[in-house]
Design a protein around this ligand. Structure first.
Ligand code: CP
Length: 304
């Protein structure tokens, strides 16, 4: 059975921590771990970081990448997900999928005989969470002492971030308006992971007390890909913007994170985005390093 990465908890705590340590150690290094192997990227949504970082990661491991936009595959003309998964498994050694439905991703993975990686669905973004944790751990060796506060829309990025913090034992606060909170199933999942790791998982609705004492403030766009820009939602999320005032309530050493792309002036002020406390570009770079280790773990030759 191939090993998939469809959600954060598909790897256990030790695997995630060791992947992150390996990613820090292998920055800039190349190997032949994917020599002779091809990775397919099936994307139904736009991407800058995920597409390019996986392509370069495969190249650094001696492998080859094919970008397959869904509309150019027969999938876009009605060939089933399961048939596509079986056929591509005969050509490729692994597949990264960016799509809408987590169920479609799971259906593809169930029919595939090669590793399948979630490159973002409407529910989850686990590869982003790996890079986020790597970025946090470059600044804080003791993850159990970290307080991370996510502010804004309780979306796919928030779900995977909450899960990875819960898995490794950090203190995570998801601060959203009540009706934009992470779904109940995601909170239940994170609480179960936290019970095993000793993490603290909290939800909040008031950004100012939530930000107090934070080591990291994190945000994401208020309108995910495919969502309509509803003006009321923008107004309701305004108090959750990471700006100089909110940042001043966190620890003086607090760093600001964003998975990008950002909308300066919406979820994050331009001043904070470009401030010395912002580590958003380091986060983006770490997508490459973390995913290189993910590919090595799921698809690589152990000896290479
Ligand atoms: N953060 C992220 O996944 O970026 P892209 O949408 O550009 O891939």
């Amino acid at each position: 059975m191939p090993r998939h990465f469809l959600k954060v908890a598909d790897l256990d705590r030790e695997e995630i921590l060791s992947l992150i340590e390996a990613a820090k150690a292998s920055k800039g290094k190349q190997s032949g771990a994917l020599s002779g192997k091809s990775l397919g990227l099936i994307f139904s949504k736009p991407s800058t970081r995920t597409r390019v970082s996986f392509t370069v990661a495969a190249h650094h491991l001696g492998g080859h990448c094919l970008f397959l936009s869904e509309s150019e595959l027969q999938l876009g003309r009605g060939e089933t997900i399961e048939d596509t998964a079986r056929i591509l498994s005969g050509y490729l050694s692994g597949v990264v999928i960016r799509t809408f439905s987590q169920r479609d991703l799971e259906a593809f993975a169930a029919a595939a005989s090669v590793p399948v990686i979630n490159g973002l669905t409407d529910e989850r973004h686990p590869c982003q969470a790996l890079a986020d944790l790597m970025t946090i751990s470059e600044l804080h060796a003791d993850l159990s002492a970290v307080k991370l506060v996510y502010l804004g829309d309780g979306n796919n990025v928030a779900v995977s971030l909450m899960n990875i913090c819960a898995l490794v034992g950090a203190h995570v606060v998801i601060c959203t308006p009540e009706d934009l909170a992470c779904p109940d199933w995601a909170l239940a999942e994170a609480k179960a992971l936290a019970a095993a790791s000793g993490a603290t998982v909290e939800t909040a609705t008031d950004p100012e007390p939530a930000a107090a004492g934070a080591d990291f403030l994190y945000t994401d766009v208020w309108f995910s890909m495919g969502q309509q820009k509803v003006p009321e939602k923008k107004i309701r999320l305004q108090p959750y913007q990471i700006n100089e005032r909110l940042l001043s309530l966190a620890k003086p050493s607090c760093r600001v994170m964003h998975c990008l792309p950002a909308h300066r002036g919406e979820e994050i002020s331009a001043a904070v985005m470009d401030a010395p406390q912002s580590i958003v570009f380091k986060q983006a770079e770490n997508r490459l390093h973390a995913q290189k280790e993910l590919l090595r773990l799921l698809m690589g030759d152990a000896q290479a």
